[in-house]
Design a protein. Structure first.
Lengths: 836, 546
């Protein structure tokens, strides 16, 4: 399985902190948590010559250890040098450029490498057999707060910068941009000489050279380069050495004893670029004509690769994890981490805020130092399952015959889905979001792709966050104190949410959102924090994207909820929600009403946070995946489904217990909620969800009926509460009559009905408009039908008809609604009515 | 485009504010846009944040975003390099000075620099051998090992009983003598002879007990070693092992073995608001807190020993809480109930109680010395500032010598010879706790919090906590007092549980069994009210608890 990537893991021991409580009584983020919070930033730095960081986790069993996983390659620059693979100048030139470019990217992103030597650089053979390099193990000073957050020692190469050696206790602490330059100098030197210095130059010889050259007084430009070359020449280690002036000049400068006199990475790379023509990266499809393109595609196809090369590293690692293991379990099984009985390391005394004096207590676990390749045999075995996996199969081309067989293999399915989603996201740029929603909904979203999927569905681009980037988020703001209280309590069961880095980002997102929406009279409501969290967790290194998603999502699904005075908006929303309950489940509606159990008592946090306050993140994101491919009234459908799941319990109890039951959602199956919510969406006529304060945003991928114009007006809150069923719009009424998708119950006098009425409508018995179940029941097919029963009326009978509809609801008749206007005011009905 | 104003006045290694100045476009009224940037950037602020600040200045909005960002990036980079260089110089000056003073070469091979994680010890520790034996031995061998334990316990119990009998006899004689004459002064000679005898008995037995302990422990360890290495127990060890499970005579039966009195209920609860983790909460009633670890008659069987053997080094420990006075040695010196339970059998795995408590004393000294140092430093500071030094409750010199704990401290002992628990949390309390009302900041609640945190950190999933923080009720234990105290404990423990469950991944949610321990002898109303309160404070899992 050639192209499935390799992953390497290494272990660090996190410092365990005593004194663990903040002033506000909440626990202090442990060093392990602080590192966890910094990790996404490190993960977000991408460059062709940087090995990608993939995963950071605190260990569960071995308590104080953390595991870092990154892209791994089995050969190092040191090995390639030893094997004599790096002798040609062309090869060397590529390496100089690559390594310096990667270092420049790190420094550009404010990250010190701190660990640069020929053992931490990996070499890769490309398809054309060229050698390429990637830096790995970088950024540890950043990750560990210059070593303060870890208790384990690091093993550094010999040729550390002199200032780091002098600071021997804290080598990570002493790492600087300028020490990186020194260590880069040694890497360049070894490539230049084409040899590995160690053991030709021993550590003591190196230190001797440093001793000889170190002085505060002497020449600022004093470099150790000369001495090293001299030493090697004396040892006759450089028989074929060709001198290269410009390169020696660079290396000499890098290896200046005085850190201030060393050039910056930028200067190094400028010098190198002057001498080495910039590498032009040619895409394999970088061709001029369609013919060329076709030929290229053919050769690519002919290679018959396994398809894994198409997966991003994140996706490949996700697949690896799906095989049912975690890095921790693997490392334990392989004995890299050794665990000891907790009782043996039990502390003797704890006092005050978890302080201890018995520092000598042994740790519960020990580990082997170094990077370990995570085995992938099992993953791949499960992927293959007797089949040769090929790129073709990933795209489900010509494999219909074996489809059932492949369906059993969840890994294969997942991989295929990942590629399909990638493909769909690309396609949406051309064909629009509406072209992909149905397939997206069928496949589901995989966590590694969630950020991209959400951005696509929410239509997020640069324009949506540019305002945010121009804000001063560091200045104090009136909400600071409230955020100070809310954020450390927000979704605290999630590891990332307990980290200072993510909490800080959340603060910025919320602050930015407030500054921007202040002019619309929006304010921060408690719950905004819960609502913004999923977007931040999907975009941890890009808070501006999280902001843009948050703003767009609230615009669509929580429109005007965060107005300073939102009572009218919320009350309308709740009123409509209860109308829908009456429509779907009149029996429950009656029970709730009779017990005075109003929506205000439980549903406000549901809608205000779009369930973010109620559900754990793992379930919430699934729900939102689905919400975002539906219209702005989908939260109402979810609420109906949430209520429905408690239906039987609610029916059997009264007010006091209802309150308890309604907040009991722990075993909630989110898939069932989604399924039911979608079901309600198909049953409920879209105009029944009409709200005067609904978001102006409308999805354009739902069916015709969702896109009808709507001439309805909002009702006052009083009118809303008088009504016991939803209202239907005239446009939808006509649309449904045309398609015979409605039961029409006409409450006008028989004489008027006789003179003109809609075809297929029924005239309600003129008994003073009293609900008559026996009459209703005998309307053809009505008992088993899920079609709306719409009451239409003459102008003067509006109230009476609404009361009649309400009476039917209270008698347990589902799917009842009334037309929003009287028969007389319906326009354009002539073609649909029967006149006598 | 960017003009950098520099200021080299700051030469130390602390962070500094640097002013970034950038030329505004021609048409702006202000010629320049300026912001102050702390160097190095404070943690969790990024380039984008500072660009935002720049753009939010008046005239800032006219700057080209990307240009301004790049200029600011370069500025921050250069300034950070300068800062780092200053800091390096500062640190190196100090390091060089120190080395020169010591006459050491500046650069020398350093052991520290090469230090990596300590490798596992070459010798396999007893813990691992024992775990291996428990997991891998044949059931027959394991049974034999457990029988050894049962036999050893019998030996020890017999010896302790003999001692207690003799002591009792002598004490009775003493009493009799005093009673006969009605005046202890009448036979000072006889009494002092008896007292001398009593002392002798104690001394003799203490040697014998210690000898037996040592020999049992070494025998046991040899047996385990042998099982580990050869898969069998040396035959000579087995000769005196009685292979009859019924052979252990009963100690004096405690007053109430069955807990018919009080409340004994168990609930399944949820902790957490969005992500809920499930735990068990039990209410149990006992006469004394020590009952929870006491080995009763019939408890010390091969099967109960096997259970202990499998749990001892597992990640599923059980712990109980005792309320103790400040002096850790009190257990030994005044022969506490707990000590009496402990001495019934040899501690075969860990240090004996005395040794463990001595370590607590050492810890206490270290800590009290540290506190004394802080007090002295503070006083010195106040004196140097000419301020009055507040009176200390204990002079720091006395504090330095103090081997005792402070109220609210928790010290921990480990045991393999108790019943069902391996860990004992000794929560240090004072007498006032018996009657006063406490708030959530009381040191003893901090102690309870520490117990829960330790339990969480060291895989102790079952813990017992005295709900009222008292051992026995007295006249101050009124209904109102009990309910108030119980409510405080329930709510605090609930909060502590939430704390230790936060930040966990869904897959690794912990599950705890928390036993709230009540003393017997309270009125039935109190038990009923507490049980009711428990169901109100904790969110019960519906359908599981009735």
């Amino acid at each position: 399985m050639g192209s499935f990537p390799q992953f390497g893991a290494f272990v660090l021991r996190a410092q365990e902190k005593t004194g663990r409580t903040c002033i506000n009584g909440l626990p202090v983020a442990s060093p392990a948590k602080q590192m966890l919070g910094r990790f996404p930033y490190l993960q977000s730095i991408r460059h062709d010559n940087l090995a990608v960081y993939l995963h950071f986790s605190e260990t569960v069993i071995a308590r104080d250890l953390v595991i870092v996983v990154m892209e791994h390659h089995s050969s190092t620059l040191a090995e390639s040098l030893k094997a004599g693979e790096i002798e040609e100048d062309a090869v060397k030139s590529v390496l100089y450029s690559e390594i310096c470019a990667a270092m420049e990217v790190l420094h550009r992103n404010n990250v010190i490498h701190g660990f640069l030597d020929i053992d931490s650089i990996v070499t890769i053979r490309k398809d054309n057999n060229d050698i390429s390099t990637k830096l790995s193990g970088y950024g540890l000073p950043f990750l560990t707060n210059y070593g303060k957050d870890i208790a384990s020692f690091m093993k550094f190469g010999f040729f550390l910068a002199p200032e780091r050696i002098l600071n021997e206790e804290e080598s990570l602490f002493a790492a600087t941009y300028q020490s990186d330059v020194w260590e880069l100098g040694f890497v360049l030197l070894q490539i230049y000489l084409g040899i590995v210095l160690e053991p030709d130059m021993s550590e003591s010889e190196y230190l001797e050279i440093l001793n000889k050259n170190f002085s505060f007084e002497s020449d600022k430009d004093n470099s150790v380069m000369e001495d090293i070359i001299q030493l090697l020449t004396n040892k006759k280690r450089l028989p074929y050495h060709k001198k290269c002036e410009w390169l020696e000049e660079i290396i000499t400068k890098c290896l200046r004893m005085d850190w201030e006199s060393r050039p910056s990475i930028n200067e190094v790379i400028e010098k190198i670029n002057e001498q080495i023509p910039k590498l032009t990266k040619r895409s394999i499809y970088d061709v001029m004509t369609a013919e060329d393109m076709r030929a290229k595609v053919k050769t690519e196809m002919a290679k018959d690769r396994d398809g894994f090369e198409k997966l991003s590293l994140e996706n490949a690692f996700y697949l690896w994890k799906t095989c049912g293991s975690s890095p921790e379990i693997i490392l334990l099984k392989k004995g890299i981490i050794q665990n000891h009985a907790p009782i043996s390391s039990y502390p003797i005394v704890r006092f005050d805020d978890f302080n201890q004096v018995d520092q000598g207590v042994e740790s519960q676990s020990t580990f082997e130092y170094g990077v370990f390749e995570l085995p992938k045999k099992k993953t791949l075995a499960r992927i293959e399952k007797g089949q040769k996996v090929s790129a073709r199969m990933f795209h489900k081309i010509g494999i219909t015959k074996n489809y059932d067989h492949l369906k059993e293999n969840i890994l294969y399915e997942t991989a295929s889905n990942m590629l399909t989603i990638d493909h769909l996201l690309n396609a949406s740029a051309v064909f629009g979001v509406s072209s992909i929603v149905s397939r997206l909904s069928k496949i589901g979203v995989i966590s590694t792709q969630r950020s991209d999927v959400w951005c696509t569905l929410l239509d997020i681009d640069e324009t949506k966050w540019s305002t945010y980037l121009n804000l001063d988020l560091l200045a104090p703001h009136s909400s600071d104190r409230q955020l100070e209280v809310d954020i450390p309590r927000c979704h605290q069961y999630d590891s990332f949410m307990t980290t200072p880095a993510v909490q800080e980002s959340l603060r910025k997102v919320l602050k930015g959102w407030q500054i921007i929406t202040e002019s619309d009279n929006y304010v921060y409501w408690q719950g905004c924090d819960s609502l913004a969290t999923p977007f931040l967790l999907a975009n941890m290194s890009k808070p501006y994207v999280a902001y843009a998603c948050f703003k767009e999502f609230t615009h669509r699904y929580c429109y005007k909820f965060y107005l300073k005075d939102n009572s009218e908006v919320i009350k309308e929303y709740l009123g409509i929600f209860y109308h829908l309950v009456a429509y779907i489940d009149p029996v429950l509606y009656k029970h709730l009403k009779n017990n005075g159990f109003d929506a205000e008592l439980f549903a406000i946090p549901w809608f205000l946070t779009c369930f973010a306050h109620e559900l754990p993140l793992s379930k919430l994101v699934r729900l939102w995946d689905e919400t975002m491919i539906h219209g702005n009234s989908f939260p109402l459908m979810i609420a109906l489904a949430m209520l429905n799941r408690l239906r039987d319990k609610l029916l059997s109890v009264n007010f006091n217990e209802m309150i308890i039951i309604i907040h009991d959602q722990p075993d909630l199956s989110i898939e069932e909620i989604i399924k039911n919510a979608k079901g309600y969406e198909t049953i409920i006529p879209p105009s029944c969800t009409f709200r005067a304060h609904a978001s102006p945003w409308k999805e354009n991928y739902a069916g015709d009926v969702h896109r009808l114009p709507n001439s309805m007006n909002g009702l006052s809150l009083g009118e809303l509460s008088q009504l016991h069923c939803p209202r239907l719009s005239t446009e939808e009424l006509l649309w449904r009559i045309e398609r015979n998708l409605i039961y029409l119950i006409d409450t006008r006098k028989e004489s008027e009905y006789q003179s003109e009425h809609f075809s297929n409508s029924f005239n309600h018995p003129s008994n003073g408009l009293v609900a008559d179940i026996d009459w209703l029941r005998f309307l053809p097919g009505i008992v088993n039908s899920e079609l709306p029963k719409c009451f239409i009326y003459e102008k003067n009978d509006k109230e009476a008809t609404e009361a009649l509809a309400g009476a039917y609801v209270m008698k347990g008749v589902p799917y009842v609604c009334v037309l929003h206007e009287s028969y007389e005011s319906i326009k354009d009905k002539s073609t649909l009515i029967v006149k006598t | 485009m960017a003009e950098i104003k520099t200021d080299d006045s700051a030469n130390d290694s602390s962070s500094t504010l640097r002013e970034f100045v950038i030329r505004a476009p021609e048409y702006c009224i202000d010629k320049y846009v300026r912001i102050n940037v702390p160097i190095p950037l404070p943690e969790y602020t990024y380039l984008e944040d500072w660009v935002g600040k720049l753009k939010a200045q008046s005239s800032g909005k006219f700057l080209d975003y990307e240009d301004a960002k790049e200029a600011l990036r370069k500025f921050i980079y250069d300034e950070t390099v300068r800062y780092q260089n200053r800091r390096t110089t500062f640190l190196i000056d100090a390091a060089v000075k120190k080395k020169r003073e010591l006459g050491m070469p500046l650069f020398q091979p350093s052991r520290n620099r090469r230090l990596v994680e300590p490798r596992r010890k070459p010798a396999v520790p007893f813990e691992e051998k024992f775990t291996y034996v428990v997991e891998q031995s044949s059931s027959e061998n394991l049974l034999t090992l457990m029988r050894m334990e049962v036999f050893m316990k019998k030996q020890m119990t017999d010896m302790i009983r003999a001692r207690n009998w003799e002591v009792e006899q002598l004490s009775k004689q003493c009493e009799k003598l005093v009673a006969e004459t009605g005046d202890s002064d009448m036979h000072p000679h006889k009494i002092s002879i008896l007292n001398e005898k009593l002392r002798q008995v104690h001394t003799t037995y203490s040697f014998q007990v210690a000898d037996l302990c040592d020999s049992q422990k070494s025998k046991y360890r040899t047996a385990v070693d042998s099982l580990y290495a050869r898969g069998s127990i040396p035959a000579e060890f087995l000769e005196d092992v009685i292979l009859d499970d019924q052979a252990i005579p009963r100690p004096v039966a405690p007053t109430s073995g069955d807990h018919a009195e009080g409340v004994n209920e168990s609930f399944t609860i949820y902790v957490g608001s969005q992500l809920k983790s499930m735990h068990n909460v039990c209410l149990v009633t006992v006469d004394r807190l020590t009952d929870l670890c006491q080995t009763l008659e019939g408890d010390w069987t091969t099967s109960s020993r096997l259970e202990m053997a499998t749990k001892l080094y597992s990640r599923n420990l059980s712990g109980t809480t005792l309320l103790v006075p400040r002096d850790p040695m009190n257990h030994i010196n005044s022969s506490s109930d707990f000590f009496k339970i402990f001495e019934q059998s040899t501690e075969l795995h860990f240090d004996n109680l005395g040794e463990q408590l001595k370590k607590v004393v050492v810890s206490n000294r270290t800590r009290n010395t540290w506190r004394a140092d802080r007090i002295d430093e503070e006083s010195a500071r106040l004196i140097s500032e000419g301020k009055p030094v507040p009176e200390q409750p204990i002079p720091s010199s006395a504090l330095r010598q103090d081997p005792t704990c402070t109220v609210g401290d928790v010290y921990i002992t480990r045991h393999s010879n108790l019943h069902k628990v391996q860990i004992v949390y000794h929560l240090v309390v004072d007498e006032t706790l018996q009657s006063v009302e406490i708030n959530s900041r009381h040191p003893c609640l901090a102690g309870v919090r520490n117990i829960i945190r330790i339990a969480a950190r060291y895989n102790t999933s079952t813990i017992h906590i005295p709900l009222l923080l008292i051992d026995r009720p007295d006249e101050s234990t009124t209904i109102a007092w009990c309910l108030k105290r119980a409510e405080m404990l329930f709510k605090c423990v609930k909060g502590y549980l939430m704390e230790v469950c936060s930040g966990m991944d869904v897959e690794s949610l912990p599950h705890y069994n928390v036993h709230f321990v009540l003393p017997s002898g309270l009125s039935p109303t109190i038990y009923a009210a507490i049980s009711h309160m428990c169901t109100n404070i904790f969110q019960l899992v519906p359908g599981v608890s009735s």
